[in-house]
Design a binder for this molecule. Structure first.
Ligand SMILES: Nc1ncnc2c1ncn2[C@@H]1O[C@H](COP(=O)(O)OP(=O)(O)OP(=O)(O)O)[C@@H](O)[C@H]1O
Ligand SMILES: [Mg+2]
Length: 276
C-alpha cells in the first residue's frame, strides 16, 4: 500500500484505485492466517492454523480458549503488533499486514486502541498526561482539544478524581480505567483488549466491563480475549480457539444486564461442549 492509501485510511477517506477486499460493513478481516514460530530445537511450532475471521463495525467479539491456544497471537496478528507467517489482514477493506513498520505504527496509533492485562501507564506521568500523550502522538490534533477530551474521558471512566495522580498513587482498577481512556482518545476504529480484567478484583472488573459495554453501545467495535465468562457475556459473540484453530462461534446478541445470568449459563454450556 502506498503512502496516500494509508493517509486515506487514517483520515477515513475511500482509497482510490487501491486493491481492496469486498467488505460491506466488515471493519477487520483475517484470511487464511497462519503463524509459525521456528524454535531453537529446529522444530516448528504452529500457533495459528488457517484462521478466517470477520469483525463487523459495532461488533463486540470475544476470543476464548485454553492457555496457549493462540488467542493473544491472533489478536496481535490482527492488530499489526505481529505479522502472520502467511495469510492476509484487512482493515476497512485495505490490506495492512504488508505495511512497513512505520506505516503500521501510524495506523495503530490513529486507528487502533489497545488495553492489556496490565495498564502499562508511563510511571512519571499523571493519568491525565498519559491519556493526553496518546492523543498528541497519534495525529495532528489540537493540544487543547486533546486535553479537554482526555478530561472528559477520565470523567466518563469514573477516574477524574485521580487525573492528577501518578500511576503509583492509584489502585489497579483506577489505572486500568485510565488505560481504557488512553485507548479510546483517538476514537479508534477497533479497540483490542487482551484479558483487560485479568488482574482486577470482581468490583473493578465489573466497572471495566461496564465501560466496555458502554463504549460498544455507542458503536465502538471491540475484539477482546478473555478467560472470564463474566467478561465474555458482554460480547455479541464468542469465538473458540483450540490449538490455533477457530473451532466454533457462539452468538450472544445484544448484552442486557438483566440477561446476564442466562447468558452465563448458556455460554458455559457451549464452552463445555467445546472442551473448555
Ligand atoms: N515468540 C514466541 N516464540 C515461540 N512461541 C511462542 C511465541 N509467542 C507465543 N508462542 C507460543 O504460541 C502459543 C500460543 O501463545 P499465545 O500467547 O497466543 O496463547 P494464549 O492463548 O494467549 O494463552 P494465554 O491464555 O496463556 O494467554 C503458545 O504455545 C506459546 O508458547
Ligand atoms: Mg494470551
Amino acid at each position: 500500500m502506498n503512502e496516500s492509501a494509508v493517509n486515506n485510511l487514517v483520515t477515513h477517506q475511500q482509497p482510490a484505485n487501491e486493491p481492496t477486499q469486498h467488505t460491506d460493513n466488515v471493519v477487520l478481516q483475517g484470511r487464511a492466517l497462519n503463524k509459525q514460530y521456528r524454535q531453537s530445537t529446529e522444530q516448528t511450532g504452529i500457533v495459528l492454523h488457517d484462521i478466517d475471521i470477520d469483525v463487523h463495525a459495532g461488533d463486540f467479539t470475544v476470543i476464548m480458549g485454553a492457555s496457549g491456544a493462540g488467542k493473544s497471537t491472533l489478536l496481535y496478528v490482527l492488530s499489526g503488533m505481529d505479522q502472520p507467517t502467511s495469510g492476509e489482514v484487512y482493515y476497512q477493506g485495505a490490506r495492512i499486514d504488508t505495511l512497513g513498520e512505520r506505516r503500521m505504527a501510524q495506523l495503530r496509533a490513529k486507528e487502533f486502541g489497545f488495553v492489556f492485562q496490565q495498564p502499562n501507564l508511563i510511571g512519571n506521568l499523571t493519568l491525565l498526561e498519559n491519556v493526553c500523550l496518546a492523543g498528541y502522538v497519534a495525529a495532528d490534533r489540537d493540544g487543547g482539544e486533546v486535553r479537554t477530551e482526555a478530561e472528559r474521558l477520565l470523567e466518563r471512566m469514573h477516574v477524574a478524581h485521580a487525573a492528577h495522580r501518578l500511576p503509583s498513587e492509584v489502585s489497579g482498577g483506577e489505572a486500568q480505567r485510565a488505560a481504557i481512556a488512553r485507548a479510546v482518545i483517538n476514537h479508534p476504529g477497533m479497540l483490542f483488549a487482551d484479558e483487560p480484567t485479568g488482574a482486577l478484583n470482581r468490583r473493578n472488573s465489573d466497572d471495566v466491563l461496564d465501560l466496555l459495554s458502554e463504549l460498544n453501545r455507542n458503536g465502538q467495535s471491540i475484539l477482546m480475549v478473555t478467560h472470564d465468562v463474566r467478561a465474555a457475556i458482554r460480547s455479541n459473540r464468542v469465538l473458540y480457539v483450540r490449538d490455533g484453530e477457530l473451532l466454533g462461534e457462539f452468538p450472544l446478541g445484544v448484552y442486557r444486564p438483566d440477561d446476564a445470568k442466562a447468558r452465563e449459563i448458556s455460554l458455559t454450556a457451549w464452552l463445555s461442549d467445546m472442551g473448555w
